[in-house]
Every structure is written in C-alpha cells, then in structure tokens.
Design a protein. Structure first.
Length: 171
C-alpha cells in the first residue's frame, strides 16, 4: 500500500506520475490533508479576518466547505492516479497538529509501505520560516519516503547545478 499525498499542485501531480512510473499498478490511497478555518487562521495569524471571504457565516459552515473542497481534490488526484495506471482510492484527513504529523499518522493507520509526496523546493531560509512538509515527513517517518519535485523545479535545479559547475570551473 502506498500513501500518495496530493494537494492539486504541479509538485503533487509530478508525484503521482513518478509513482506510476516506478510502481505501476500499485494500490495507492490518495491523501488530501485539510485544516479547519480556525486552524488556518491560527497558523496564518489571520484571526481578525471574518468568514465573509469564504462566503459563509460561521466556522461549521466554513469547515464543511473546506472539507468538501478536500474531497473534490482527493477525487481529482484519484482520477489522475487511475489514469496513470495506479489502483487508487481517495482519502481525506483533518490536520490535527500539522500536515506532516497527519500524513505520518495516516501512514501508520494504513501501515503504508511508502509515502510519496511532492516538494515545493523552497530554499533553506523559506523552509525554515514557512516549514516544509516534505522535509518533516522525510525526517520523522519510520518507513520509506519518496519526495518528487515537479518538472519545472527539477529543471531549475538542473540549471543551477550546471551554472555552479561552470562557475566552479572558471574560478
């Protein structure tokens, strides 16, 4: 069983594609982690903002709308995984204590063989300030983890490496 983390981003899409390439026909759970409006506002420091941005009047309505969005995202990721040749089913989980912690807890519940997720490729400073889900999962998992960059991030890293080699060679 593979736990495949998905948030709709290009990085998560690349993770699905790479998982299908490396492990075709595998059984996967496509996980979307979502957080309540209170968790989001607390994490982002937006406690003074109202629910009007979501078009809802209270936190229960906001949470229901967020959960519905997570279900739609999980369904989208599942369809993408099936199209790529994986045997997939959707799964959503409320973020209790952090996204990485939730991913690890779901992996434990499923007794997943491997966790597959994308990476946004933030630099060290941004990761330190904003946190890095892939970094936290990688360093706290008790099972294999596959972290996949999107094609654009992989290209940026390749170009940076080539530039570094050229610069090092001319010094």
């Amino acid at each position: 069983m593979i736990l495949l983390c998905y948030d709709g981003s290009a990085d998560a899409q690349a993770a699905i594609d790479h998982c299908a390439l490396l492990m075709p026909g595998s059984h996967v759970e496509v996980l979307v982690v979502w957080e309540t409006i209170l968790e989001t506002m607390t994490r982002t420091g937006a406690m003074g903002m109202g629910f009007g941005l979501l078009g809802v009047e209270d936190d229960a309505s906001a949470d229901a709308a967020i959960e519905k969005g997570a279900q739609a995202t999980a369904a989208e990721g599942t369809q993408r995984a099936i199209a790529a040749g994986l045997l997939a089913q959707p799964r959503e989980a409320n973020c209790n204590g952090g996204t990485a912690e939730t991913i690890l807890a779901v992996a434990d519940d499923l007794d997943a063989d491997v966790i597959v997720l994308g990476t946004r490729g933030r630099g060290n400073v941004k990761s330190l300030m904003l946190g890095s889900v892939s970094h936290a999962v990688l360093h706290h998992a008790d099972r294999s983890v596959l972290v996949v960059p999107s094609a654009s991030l992989a290209e940026q890293r390749h170009n940076w490496a080539e530039h570094a080699q050229i610069t090092a060679g001319t010094t």
